[in-house]
Design a protein around this ligand. Structure first.
Ligand SMILES: *Cc1c(COP(=O)(O)O)cnc(C)c1O
Length: 405
């Protein structure tokens, strides 16, 4: 007899023993008060906390033009989409959002998905299946959703060392020049906050006639004069064949998308099961996303405020010799290098200082590089930044943790 309970319980026990069992903190945001929120602990006791680890990088999830667009659309067309895109689930809002996103990235067309994860999985697996004997070259730090898409596409693949252009070229060079190729990478890697050498990757990809697939999930809304991402900032939008983005981070909502030339979008629209056989996003969400994209595009001051806040936080942390990973992005990773310590610091911050930052442990980051990942937003004011840095300094003293060299 198969003991089903034992199998499931053992799998969970393994995670607990490795210190990798996940518990979710119950953090309820309050409209108009972000980054403040209410923490509901395991005893049901509520307290105010400041969120320091949200991917709502610009606070757009609570922006009044976005919330109003959401509510207005719900009042006009109701809550759900009513079907898949093909069977009664396409509305004016979906069409308009895709037009807006295509324009935003200066491409022919766009396609929206229920998440950025699904967008990556569908786009990469479908492209790999469409192109006969395709080879995919994937940066070793690529997000799980790209890895899963590549795996499902079942094509040949090579993993290139993170941001190592010479390694990428070596792999491209030794491949059959007659075969179709895709180079898949991210613009901003979210755990270290480092940038890809986008221009160099484009050059070498063109040299070997490969398509470029760029995940701009941590770039859209945040970089470039119009918020079009790091590729826009570097003036290389035209040289990227396929962009993938999310509506869930810089735009503060939910949903994912790709943009590219017409025939690529049409092929994925027509062949990707994860696009075809699922109910489309609620029209109200699409309406809110249109408002968010337009707002973010037209308010460059939001981006300037984000960089200024991130630089301020980095500067104050460095002044205390706190061991941050230095980068040029809006992300501030603070190294702890031990999973139990990392969780302990996070607990102390939450319980003694009302600061919420989730510990980032294996497998999200390699073992030995456990960290706290801070994401300041334009709404984290001076007093919040100073309080955070002083609290960390006190904890570093108390636990005798190592400082930056
Ligand atoms: C978060 C993330 C995704 C997935 O986006 P969702 O819209 O949250 O599903 C894809 N790629 C990268 C690099 C991400 O960090």
């Amino acid at each position: 007899m198969i003991n089903y309970d034992q199998i499931f319980n053992n799998a969970l026990k393994d995670l607990r023993q490795e210190g990798r069992y996940r518990t979710f903190n119950n953090i309820t945001r309050k409209k108009g008060e972000f980054p403040k929120a209410v923490y509901n602990n395991q005893f049901g006791i509520k307290s105010d906390v400041t969120i320091w680890c949200s991917n709502d990088y610009l606070g757009m999830g609570q922006n009044s033009s976005v919330v109003d667009a959401f509510v207005n659309a719900v009042n006009l067309v109701g809550a759900g989409a009513g079907g898949t895109r093909n069977i009664s689930g396409t509305s004016n809002y979906h069409v308009e959002l895709e037009n807006e996103l295509a324009k935003f990235h200066k491409k022919d067309a766009a396609l929206i998905f229920t998440s950025g994860y699904i967008a990556n999985e569908c786009a990469l697996s479908t492209l790999a299946k469409m192109l006969p004997d395709c080879i995919i070259y994937s940066d070793e730090n690529n997000h799980a959703s790209m890895i899963e898409g590549i795996r499902k596409g079942n094509s040949d693949k090579f993993i290139w060392k993170h941001n190592d252009i010479n390694h990428l070229e070596m792999l491209l060079k030794k491949s059959n020049p007659a075969l179709p190729k895709i180079v898949a990478f991210e613009s901003v890697y979210s755990m270290d906050g480092d940038f890809a050498p986008i221009k160099e990757i484009i050059d070498v990809s063109k040299k070997y006639n490969a398509l470029t697939y760029l995940d701009e999930v941590h770039g859209v809304g945040l970089y470039g004069k119009n918020g079009g991402g790091l590729a826009e900032e570097l003036n290389v939008i035209e040289d990227i064949d396929i962009f993938e983005g999310t509506l869930a981070k810089g735009f503060g909502l939910m949903g994912g998308y790709i943009t590219a030339k017409n025939n690529i979008i049409d092929v994925i629209r027509s062949y990707a099961p994860g696009f075809i056989f699922t109910t489309s996003l609620p029209p109200s969400l699409a309406a809110a996303a249109i408002a968010s994209v337009r707002y973010v595009k037209n308010n460059h001051s939001l981006r300037e405020a984000l960089y200024e806040r991130a630089n301020k936080l980095k500067k104050l942390m460095l002044k205390k010799n706190l061991p941050i990973i230095q980068n040029n992005s809006h992300i501030v990773p603070l190294l702890v290098k031990d999973p139990a310590r990392c969780k302990e610091i996070s607990d102390i911050l939450l319980n003694n200082y009302s600061i919420y930052v989730q510990p980032i442990n294996y497998p999200t980051v390699p073992k030995g590089s456990e960290r706290l990942r801070f994401t300041p937003t334009p709404l984290h004011d001076d007093s919040k930044i100073e309080f955070l840095v002083n609290s960390l300094d006190a904890i570093w003293n108390e636990l005798k943790l190592s400082r930056a060299a």
